[in-house]
Design a protein around this ligand. Sequence first.
Ligand SMILES: Nc1nc(=O)c2c([nH]1)NC[C@@H]1CN(c3ccc(C(=O)N[C@@H](CCC(=O)O)C(=O)O)cc3)C=[N+]21
Length: 282
Amino acid sequence: MSDIDGRAVAKQIRAEVAAAAAKLRADGTVPTLAVVVPTDDEGTAWYVRSIKKAAEKEGVDCRVEQLTAPGRAEIIAKLEALSADPEVHGIICQTPLPEGVTLAEVGWYISPFKDVDGANQESLGRLAQGRRTFAPATAAAVLELLKHEDLTLAGARAVVVGRSTVVGKPAALLLLNESATVTVCHSRTKDLATVCREADVLVAAVGRAEMIGADFVKPGATVIDVGTNPTDDGGLVGDVDYAAVAPVAGRLTPVPGGVGPVTTALLLRHTVEAAELSLTHP
Ligand SMILES: Nc1nc(=O)c2c([nH]1)NC[C@@H]1CN(c3ccc(C(=O)N[C@@H](CCC(=O)O)C(=O)O)cc3)C=[N+]21
């Protein structure tokens, strides 16, 4: 088994981002990402700090908009204002949202031109249509990691475990757009391990620590672990039982150091793309 090195892939993407950002700046456009943070959730706070640090290192301005106990109307007003602000090119609204508010309903107020984390239903619809769009950064990271490997997605058996709107569904659509044969599994799937064992490419996006064991994996399969589950001792584990699966899989992403760093890098890539788009579609 060989590890898939997410940090190396992220480094390469970030170098491309830095070059694109420098070019935009030389032409008088400062690529700018706005991060709307509607709760004080611990995991989100970590991600926001890491976005800000990465953005500033690569020449992308990052505006963090921390809201305090906002209602739906306040979040929507903020997203509308940022959508109308010509100096902002990319917008991400962090999850989790306050009780009773969903990303699906507030995502509508993020301009599709600035929707760098694919939260607007127009973005998801375009993905379903196989048209150019911003996919959610985490789902895009799954495909980016696969594309860096020497494997053929067309005709491959892909199984996605998890059907969330932010990861499972868009990852399945991206794989389908690459002509993989895609199965989406979830909590009601019968004989989950048997279905997963058919996969040439297995994507674990359930949010349950180490639930994918060796019996879920076909020998030699490529396994992408999207899970980032905090452990009691302050560490992080994936949805895949790494120690058990490593001897069976052909290739496997570690946690940390797999999907996570690529997610952050792609959010920045989407932001410079949105900035470039703003020049031709002001
Ligand atoms: N609208 C929205 N989109 C998101 O994509 C989103 C979100 N809300 N809310 C919060 C979660 C969390 N998330 C992570 C991204 C990268 C790492 C990451 O890079 N983790 C490092 C390690 C972290 C560590 O060592 O603690 C790694 O995997 O190597 C983690 C978590 C995106 N999220």
